[in-house]
Design a protein around this ligand. Structure first.
Ligand code: SF4
Length: 324
């Protein structure tokens, strides 16, 4: 019944695209960066800072169909802020129709007006909290980090109450700005009425992915892996359940589609390191999957080889998990 439902019937009948898509296993997980718009301007933001034109709803639906043919199992709807995209509910609904697993990564600022339309089609939702209260959260999230903290807490409560089957992940980026406050987050959330046993908590060491991290900004944000691991040890001591992502292992782990259809991955730039000795990252573009360019994409061969080299398994490197 997929064929009857697909919004892109012209690509179904032995077209170049469908033949190509069926010919090999795609990445198991694909990040769909559906928009570069965001109402916030966080200093540590990894997403592209320049506006990238967005594909139409039909093109996105078509791309999701191709990812389904390539056996991509997990679609991560991200952005900068994906809830700003008008037709996001259509994309989520279609992915669920095809049987794919959906993750929504949102800052929660637009959660109240939008959640009714998206949550029925979401398997997992990731919400950032970077401080133990509005003020410490605002050290990381700007502007209006205070408002974002309140929005995140309210969204988490709604999800716990109304969507018990949805996996809920709190994401915390640890930088020099909030290192001293992270340990207090679980207790603060408990005081606010959140059952922290219900949520999964992922902790990421700040990692300067993207060309916009330079000089003083990097100095302001970077922490050493030693400091991150010390925090990890303290969390273990406190018997808190979390998953931990040190920067040193966060390399070559994402296959991403940009809003204009560019298929990219982040790769380690072995020529450059930051002042803490971590390799920097650059973006490698394989080609463009939008209708206009798909037939002229020059890097299919390269992408195939890359997929083969990665063992057809471009999923994130397993985190260091608290096993206590
Ligand atoms: S809320 Fe997220 S996407 Fe928006 S600026 Fe901050 S880190 Fe970037």
């Amino acid at each position: 019944m997929i064929d009857a439902y697909s919004p892109a019937p012209e690509i179904q009948q032995n077209s170049f695209e469908t033949e190509f898509a069926r010919s090999f296993e795609g990445p198991k997980a694909l990040d769909l960066l559906v928009t570069t718009e965001c109402m916030m301007r966080c200093q540590f933001c990894y997403a592209p800072q320049k506006r990238i034109p967005e594909m139409s709803c039909d093109n996105w639906l078509r791309l999701i169909y191709l990812s389904y043919l390539m056996h991509t199992e997990n679609l991560i709807f991200t952005g900068r802020e994906p809830l700003l995209l008008e037709f996001l509910p259509n994309l989520l609904q279609y992915a669920k129709y095809l049987g794919q697993r959906t993750t929504l990564s949102t800052n929660a600022m637009l959660f109240p007006p939008k959640y009714g339309k998206v949550m029925p089609f979401v398997d997992e939702i990731g919400i950032p909290i970077d401080g133990f209260d509005a003020t410490t959260n605002a050290l990381m999230r700007q502007p209006n980090g205070e408002v974002q903290f309140e929005a995140a807490v309210e969204a988490i409560k709604v999800i716990c109450r109304e969507y018990p089957g949805v996996e809920l992940t709190i994401r915390t980026v640890v930088s020099a700005l909030n290192l001293d406050f992270v340990l207090q987050i679980p207790e603060a959330l408990t005081r606010l009425g959140i059952d922290i046993q219900r949520v999964r908590w992922k902790l990421y060491q700040f990692n300067p992915i993207g060309n916009h991290f330079k000089g003083s900004l990097m100095e302001k944000l970077c922490i050493s892996t030693d400091k991150f691991i010390s925090l990890w040890a303290m969390l273990r001591e406190a018997e808190l359940w979390f998953e931990c992502f040190p920067a040193v292992v966060q390399d070559e782990t994402y296959a991403i589609v940009y809003p204009n259809g560019d298929l990219v991955t982040t790769v380690v730039d072995t020529q450059r390191t930051n002042s803490f000795g971590f390799p920097l990252f650059k973006t490698k573009i394989f080609g463009n999957l939008s209708t206009k360019f798909i037939r002229t994409m020059t890097s299919w061969r390269q992408w195939r080889e890359e997929l083969k080299r990665a063992g057809n398994n471009w999923v994130r490197i397993p985190p260091v998990t608290n096993t206590q």
